[in-house]
Design a protein around this ligand. Sequence first.
Ligand code: ZN
Length: 479
Amino acid sequence: MSPNAETASHAPRDADFLSRLESIIGAANVITAPAEMASYLTEPRDRFHSKALCVARPASTAEVATLVALCAETGTAVVPQGGNTGLVGGQVPSARGDELILSLTRMNRLREADPSSNTLIVEAGMTLAQVHAEADRADRYFPLSFASEHTCTIGGNLATNAGGVAVLAYGNARDLTLGLEVVLADGRILSDLSKLRKNNTGYDLKNLFIGSEGTLGIITAAVLKLYPKPRVFATAFAGLRDPRQALRLLDLAHAVAGNDVKTFELIPRIGIDFVLAHEANTSDPLPARHNHYVLMELASQSDGLDARMGRLLDEAKKNGIIEDASVAGSTDQRSAFWRVRERLPDSQRYEGGSIKHDVSVPVSDVPAFLTEVEAAVTRYMPGARLVAFGHLGDGNIHCNVSQPVGADKAGFLAQWDSVNEIVHAIVAAHKGSISAEHGIGQLKRKLLPGVKDPVALDLMRSLKATLDPKSILNPGKVL
Ligand code: ZN
């Protein structure tokens, strides 16, 4: 990407651009009215203020390819967008108003379900919830899972290499993909919808596009891996003293239940308090208060899971790892447990400003890392409230900092970069990552050169220049 990507104009060098676009995808699918564009321009955290030339809504890969070829010819920037649920501003354009938003939501068809190969071929605009439904129809399971599944699209999930609450057992989006169809920056179509589990014929191109946040190509379809459907679940909420005990519980869970440990989420008491205070239909999962909690779910094809969960919790109690625990006795109780975890991210908005960190460190480092972060953040800002929760099993903690009670929100948020710096320095000391699952987008773009190996960054820039020489694909993101 050219160094002036932020300021250079990406407007089409053709006065007939919009009419040519309309002839490709139909006038009804080219949105230019500000009121109709609004929902494509605002993002969930309201941090980025965007404008667009138009929103284009193609219905097929051929339309996407022709559209991108037109953009390449006219030098028009393309910002691919799925369900617009991204948290780092990767899916919205700059404030200049000269970029085209390419919404993939009309491309939401199932192309093929193949239960024997354990694969599903879907178009990029299918919602994650719909992918789950299609897998279910094939009597299979697609494990990628997070709270935005009814809105987010599989194309966006792949473009950001999304993670979520089942990574521990099944891996992230990258691990769940066998093949891709991608429209390249010159309008060519890379057709690599391979269902093969074994294919050693050169470079693994799909993994360049997965996680590239739309900067190297536009994912239009994918071959997803399916798994046997779990027949039984055992879901528990455990109360414990600190993250060190939570780590001991994780080790014990793996010893007792092996790969059946599907979810292992750490939740601090302050997170439970936020959810109970601000979210309807929630209740305290355990009768007494505990400093920390773990939401743990086991999933299996075979019976006897309840007995194993019981054995696991008995042993944890006997060894002083947990203070108390409750196992969901019904699907309603299981949903209630999950609701506490799912409402936690949103509940923070009612407590004033929240400075976000989506970080990962080696799993064994999580307890020490959290102790150091809490000490450093409260030293910098007495009264700041650490709300560190998330995927302990993956070493990925959403290490958010809520403002002190009664503080001025704007003044607190003005400390965003300073607090980031404090937390990211501790991440670096533990050889961790400043973006575990949300991506780089616009939010962390300026931080990337400071944390990425210079040779790796140089290779990334070379790949960008090769695959998108005119820098029309999602400029100003990632690099
Ligand atoms: Zn997460």
